[in-house]
Design a protein. Structure first.
Length: 309
């Protein structure tokens, strides 16, 4: 039982991180009705900005306090994501209002390639580290109930707590604020939202800003765990099965989908891996997503696409 609980906890913690990245996809889809292929690139640029400014600022300003460097780097990185969101709306989305979803999809692909190149030009192409003081040592809990206790990675636990707090804040934002209600109205019908006075351009800026902040937090966590390199933009696309499973239009779906996939990966690897040769974590999520695409393409909590047209 102790080994099962250890695997379960590890899956839940990984699932919260998947859910955090998946939320970025859901936010953009809810506002524009198109899957945002640039989300992985946004995570990369945000992580690169955090890593490089946290190293540059002590050199430029002559101080050694790590916390001050991280706080200033976070603020600068957040401002950078706001600027990117504003430029995306001003230079791209503003000219594509009421266009077909395919047109918006191609626009996000172009944004993704641009951000990849922009990040490399601005910050370099080396592998960087992010140190925000997250604990690295494992710990044993419940040793009074199970012999030897249950091994918990404190860094994963901290990351899961941060992700859970941000997810809760976003859920509150969508459900109980006027801006959140406006975002839901835009997601349902662009033209109807405009007809009742909702400024579509401003809403798109807001949702891209929120998605950028989510990408920043996800980039910091991933960068702290694995380092920041250019494969991060493709690694973030591992959250794609999360939104397919939970539903592209559902914030709760992204959370539940992330937890299901995180737990499913860990348990299948632990209990089926020895019999199948291992490596189940690499393909488990995609096989599960493919199954849902065949039998329930809208996901667990999403709306049928035909109902949104």
């Amino acid at each position: 039982m102790g080994y099962f609980l250890e695997t379960l906890f590890g899956g839940l913690m990984s699932g919260m991180l998947y859910a955090l990245v998946g939320l970025g996809f859901v936010l953009i889809f809810k506002a524009s009705g198109v899957f945002n292929f640039a989300q992985g690139a946004m995570v990369l640029v945000a992580a690169l900005s955090m890593a490089r400014f946290s190293a540059w600022l002590p050199e430029w300003l002559g101080f050694e306090n790590m916390w001050l460097a991280n706080i200033l780097a976070f603020i600068i990185s957040a401002v950078l994501m706001v600027i990117i969101a504003w430029l995306v709306e001003r230079l791209v989305l503003r000219h594509l209002v009421n266009q077909e979803a395919t047109t918006l999809l191609m626009a996000t692909l172009g944004i993704s390639y641009f951000l990849d190149g922009f990040g490399q030009t601005l910050f370099g192409s080396s592998v960087y580290t992010i140190d925000v003081g997250m604990p690295k040592d494992p710990a044993f809990i419940l040793d009074s109930l199970f012999e030897g206790g249950i091994l918990i990675n404190l860094e994963d636990l901290t990351a899961a707590a941060i992700a859970a707090a941000l997810v809760a804040a976003l859920a509150f934002f969508f459900q109980y604020t006027s801006t959140g209600r406006a975002l839901r109205a835009v997601a349902d019908d662009h033209q109807a939202a405009q007809s009742i006075g909702i400024p579509l351009n401003r809403i798109w800026v807001i949702v891209w800003v929120v998605a950028g902040i989510v990408a920043l937090v996800a980039g910091i966590i991933w960068g702290s765990k694995f380092g920041v390199q250019f494969t991060l933009s493709t690694a973030a696309l591992r959250a794609l099965p999360v939104v397919i499973l939970g539903g592209l239009t559902s914030v709760p779906g992204a959370i539940i989908g992330g937890l299901i996939i995180g737990v499913g990966e860990k348990i299948s690897e632990a209990y089926l891996g020895p019999y199948l040769g291992g490596g189940i974590e690499i393909w488990f999520a995609y096989v599960l997503a493919l199954t849902f695409l065949l039998f329930r393409p809208q996901g667990l909590f999403g709306e049928k696409i035909i109902d949104r047209v």
